[in-house]
Write a protein that binds this ligand. Structure first.
Ligand code: FMN
Length: 186
């Protein structure tokens, strides 16, 4: 496959199993993420890696964070939430530390980390690693950020689920560009 074929065939994998990316593969994911454009080189990206036993800890954090917001959360919903990080053998919490800067508004810092996450997804795809970018309510829960020991001004950009694709070998959907593109000139 050419690099362009790879680029155009990326897709999300919602069913992921072991093995998780190994250390060499993971290093490539992070190097790719840190290749993202970064106005004024503010280095806003942070990545926290959960695998093995720590996935259950992340699930416990989810429940603690949800209960902090909604103390009467039914047990069934707590159990569902606790199991979410166990949907893959590795979850990376991608976040952005936002700084005040005269030329770089927060949105640009968020976009930079988003571009880094996309680079990470592509680097995963190139290495045959399944991945999915997720958010949901937990991405905006301040108690979770406290449990993850976030710095002031830090926000979650996504939970990146990584592992080995299980089932669902569907191809990426065909792309129609016309309705998204306006060309000026001849
Ligand atoms: C910032 C962001 C957050 C997302 N959060 C979720 C999510 O919580 N749950 C979900 O099913 N898909 C989520 N998605 C969408 C999937 O990652 C995926 O892109 C979508 O299902 C389309 O599939 P594809 O990537 O194979 O085209 C999110 C995407 C982005 C960019």
């Amino acid at each position: 496959m050419t690099p362009i074929d790879l680029l155009l065939s990326r897709k999300s994998h919602n069913k992921l199993t072991s093995p998780a990316p190994d250390n060499d593969q993971l290093e490539i994911l992070f190097k790719a993420a840190l290749r993202a454009p970064d106005h004024a080189l503010l280095k806003p990206a942070r990545y926290r890696v959960f695998e093995g036993d720590s996935l259950a800890r992340l699930g416990d954090y989810f429940v603690t964070a949800a209960l902090n917001k909604e103390p009467e959360l039914p047990q069934e919903k707590q159990d569902k939430l606790r199991g979410k990080p166990l949907r893959a053998p590795m979850v990376i919490v991608a976040s952005a530390v936002l700084k005040e800067h005269s030329k770089v508004p927060e949105v640009e810092q968020i976009l930079s980390v988003g571009a880094g996450v996309q680079n990470m997804l592509m680097a995963a795809h190139f290495q045959g690693i399944g991945a999915m970018w997720r958010t949901g309510g937990m991405a905006y829960n301040e108690k979770l950020m406290e449990l993850l020991e976030f710095e002031a001004g830090e926000m979650i950009i996504g939970f990146i689920y990584l592992g080995t694709e299980e089932g669902n070998k569907r191809a990426a959907k065909p792309l129609e560009i016309e309705e998204f593109v306006t060309r000026f000139g001849e």
